[in-house]
Write a protein that binds this ligand. Structure first.
Ligand code: ZN
Length: 224
């Protein structure tokens, strides 16, 4: 099982959240990306995500995404559990992707539980400051897990099962700071980490490689 975080997408030009140059150094997540903020001022939350979604639509999968898709095709990877909302794993060809923090491919109505496509929500943002549910007219919520929200039902359970049965959990591009996902490697028999900079679990890992995800995973594919 592979567990990925923002660091797998930085080589695609997608800014991460928690580094010194990350998104949360510029804006307070509780003001633009929390469920409290959405209930209080959904237009502000959508103004933040609208800009994010445009950046993510411009981004292309990088060598790390392609290598993980190839490792799945070769039978070495059973599933990718990702904290990323950017859909780049699927676009690179990974088939079993568990998006534990949701994604930009949808938007949801909290009142009637309708799920709208991300494209349709984005199209509405051309004419209004927050997209509306086509069924009940309530304001849609981005399909990403906001701070203060629970993870999508079943996602964490499936990821935990995969971690417990995997021969190895490979962590790529995550500093393992956001719980409960950060606890997944501890469920595994063994885990290895590829990440630029320290993570919370470096001293518990079987192997830690402090390097860029793209070149490292491309080398793994080459070696196998
Ligand atoms: Zn609705």
């Amino acid at each position: 099982m592979v567990l990925t975080g923002a660091g797998v997408s930085t080589e695609s030009g997608v800014p991460d959240y928690r580094s010194a140059s990350g998104i949360w150094a510029e804006v307070d997540p509780f003001e633009v990306a929390s469920i409290q903020a959405f209930r209080h001022d959904p237009e502000r939350v959508w103004s933040f995500y609208r800009a994010r979604i445009h950046v993510l639509h411009e981004a292309e999968p990088n060598a790390a995404h392609h290598a993980l898709a190839e490792l799945e095709r070769l039978g070495f990877v059973s599933a990718v559990v990702t904290q990323n909302i950017d859909t780049l794993h699927s676009r690179a060809g990974s088939r079993d992707v568990i998006e534990v923090h949701g994604s930009i491919r949808s938007a949801q109505c909290l009142r009637c539980l309708w799920t709208e496509s991300g494209e349709a929500a984005l199209a509405q943002l051309e004419v209004r400051s927050a997209p509306l549910c086509p069924h009940c007219d309530d304001i849609l919520k981005p399909g990403v897990v906001l701070f203060g929200e629970l993870l999508p039902p079943g996602a964490l359970e499936r990821a935990t099962d995969l971690a417990r049965t995997a021969g190895l959990v490979l962590v790529v591009g995550s500093s393992l700071e956001v719980w409960p996902v950060a606890g997944l490697p501890l469920e595994a028999r063994d885990f290895a980490i590829v990440n630029h900079g320290p993570t919370a679990l470096d001293d518990r890992a079987l192997l830690k490689i402090d390097a860029a995800a793209g070149e490292t995973l491309a080398a793994v594919v080459e070696a196998l």
